[in-house]
Every structure is written in C-alpha cells, then in structure tokens.
Design a protein around this ligand. Structure first.
Ligand SMILES: [Zn+2]
Length: 347
C-alpha cells in the first residue's frame, strides 16, 4: 500500500504528532556535547540515534525527523567538520528512513537557523540559500516525505528556507516554524502571527512556532496564528515552565539559587507530564493540527501528546496512572499494605 503523505494525513482536520529535541536528549544520554551540537553522532554512534527514533516512533510520533539539526555547511565549517557535511546529512536521513519505513511513519528532512542571516545583506542571504539548497537536495534524494524548516528567529531566513524547498524539493511539502523567545516578534521585527501568515501566503503547507518558550507561552500566540492563517498550524514548544516574567527557556531561573538554568540545569524547571497533557488538550481545542515537543522532549512526553491526539501508540500500554498507584479507595486494602502506604505518604 502506498504511504499516505503529510498533506493527505492533515486533510479534513487530520493531525500529526512530531517528536523532536534530539540534541538535548542525545546530550542527556552522553552522545552529544552541548555547544558543539552538530549531529556528528549520526557517524560516531548511529545506533544511538536509531534507538531514539524508534523510541519516539513507539511513543506515538507520526514523523521520524532526520537528525540534521545544525548540519548545515556553516555550522560544520565552524567545527572543522566541513568534509563530513554530506556524509552527516545522508547518514542522518538513512538512519531515520529505516525507522520510518519500519513503522510506516513520515520521513522528514530538516533545515535549521544559521548564525549568518543579516537583513539587507544579499551576500549572506545567497550563502544561506545555497546551504539550504544542498540540504534539501540530499533530503529529497534520501526519500524525505516533506521538509521541515525550523527554529528561525528571522522571517527573512525562514523565507530563504521555504524558497529552497520550493525550488529544489521536487514538490515535497514544506513545514516552516519560527522560534519564539521573549518578544512576540521575529528578530527582523515582524509580529509572529503576521510572519506565519506571510509564510503561508508564500506557499508553506504548515506554519507555526517551535522552541524557545514552554507551553504556556505558546498558547496566546497559537490563538493569534489560528486567526490569521488558513491552513494547518504547528506548535512545538520546549517542555519547560517558562512564565510571564521569564518568557523563554534562556532566561528561566532556578527558584532556589536565582541563577539562569539554561542549558545545564534545566531539569529544575521541567514541565510535569500533566502539564504537557494539558498543553496538548489546549492546543487541540485551538485547532493545532501539527503538534510536538522540542528541546527537552523525551519519549514519555511524546506519548502524553500522542494520547491526547488519539494516536493510541504502542508505548501506551505502559502509561502511568495519574493517581497514587494503590488508588484513592483504601477500604479494601489489607492492613499491612495500608501500613506501607501510610509510611510512604506520611498520612
Ligand atoms: Zn528546540
């Protein structure tokens, strides 16, 4: 049977769950160094990448995203790995494709923000376009079902990614998401919802926001984006407790020490599973069709989202109950179990 593509799956209100956050999760597992987060691990430890793809597939992700975050020419040149550029891209896609094929998932190629973008500088823009072009070509050759351009803080750079996909993607759909930090505008000063509207107008099949903020900071923007965009919208926040005062995960502080927690001590501001579930409920009510989690995501969080979105993933058979494991009804518990429970809870 022919695989159903992204647009087919999104038709008539269909939904897509995307597991992202490979850099942070592979760092946590000891295979990526933070700050050097180009995906060299697809060459040095390909099995570890494949295992994580598989965990996300079982947790309910509809998409296996090739781990090509920051695998563009500039990032690799800066890290002295330019010779490995093509190999990293093609290996990342081949690993992801194995898992996508095994579980009938969509295979996504990825483009990401660069440190090069300057407004009103045609030369830097041409350079970025060429970098995106080669990555699009490699992704399509590897069989990508669509290309995801993500974490763009400038609308102008997102537009370059979209153009590269349109020009060289051989017709594969384009999903473009903007990073959101403290202000509700892009770094080239366009309100986020308006930037999404423009990307949609220029032919992006799905538009939205990813990274930067936690769930609570996404909701108001998603409402605005839903108002102005016609097609499917995307929401991929980081699973951290950003607040009205500390809007992005870069400026979150530890309530005990007062120190900034990004990147090393983000554990103290993680969202609970219930908060992630609530976010998925809220996003669904707003009409978000393409949902996921970014940096800080791990399989059990993807499972929460996938369950809310009705995906019934295989990993659900291991889902935890939200209540205390013995339940609230203690009337039938044997006295010695009741005693242990009392010791555990203290009441
Ligand atoms: Zn992220």
């Amino acid at each position: 049977m022919e695989k159903r593509g992204l647009l087919e799956r999104l038709k008539d209100g269909g939904t897509i769950v995307l597991a992202s956050g490979y850099v942070f999760e592979l760092e946590q597992r000891g295979f990526v160094q933070f700050g050097q987060q180009y995906p060299g691990v697809v060459l040095s430890k390909p099995n570890e990448v494949e295992i994580l793809h598989e965990e996300f597939a079982l947790a309910g992700s509809d998409v296996i995203q090739g781990f090509t975050y920051y695998a563009h020419r500039e990032a690799l040149k800066n890290r002295g790995r330019e010779d490995d550029l093509e190999k990293i891209n093609t290996n990342a896609m081949a690993i992801a494709k194995r898992v996508a094929d095994k579980y009938d998932k969509l295979l996504a190629g990825g483009l990401s923000n660069t440190p090069l973008y300057k407004q009103d500088d045609a030369e830097s823009q041409k350079k970025i376009y060429e970098m995106f072009k080669e990555q699009v070509i490699w992704a399509v050759e590897a069989g990508a079902d669509y290309i995801l351009g993500e974490t763009f803080d400038a609308l102008g750079e997102a537009e370059l990614a979209l153009k590269a996909i349109k020009d060289h993607g051989k017709g594969v759909p384009a999903v473009i998401t903007l990073a959101v930090y403290v202000p509700d505008i892009t770094t080239d000063d366009i309100p986020i919802a308006e930037a999404c509207r423009r990307l949609e107008e220029q032919g992006a099949d799905v538009v939205g926001i990813n990274c930067g903020r936690g769930p609570s900071g996404f909701i108001p923007l998603l409402k605005e984006i839903r108002e102005v965009c016609k097609g499917p919208i995307a929401a991929i926040p980081v699973p951290f407790r950003t607040t009205e005062k500390e809007k992005s995960f870069y400026n979150l502080t530890d309530s005990v020490t007062g120190e900034l927690v990004y990147p090393k001590n983000l554990d103290v501001v993680r969202c609970s599973r219930d908060e992630i579930r609530q976010f998925a409920e809220d996003a669904k009510a707003i009409g978000v069709q393409y949902i996921g989690l970014c940096c800080g995501n791990y399989p059990s969080l993807t499972r929460e989202v996938a369950e809310v979105y009705g995906k019934n993933p295989p990993a659900s058979k291991y889902s935890m109950k939200s209540k205390y494991t013995d339940g609230d009804d203690v009337s039938n518990l044997e006295p010695h179990i009741l005693k242990i429970r009392k010791h555990k809870l203290g009441y």
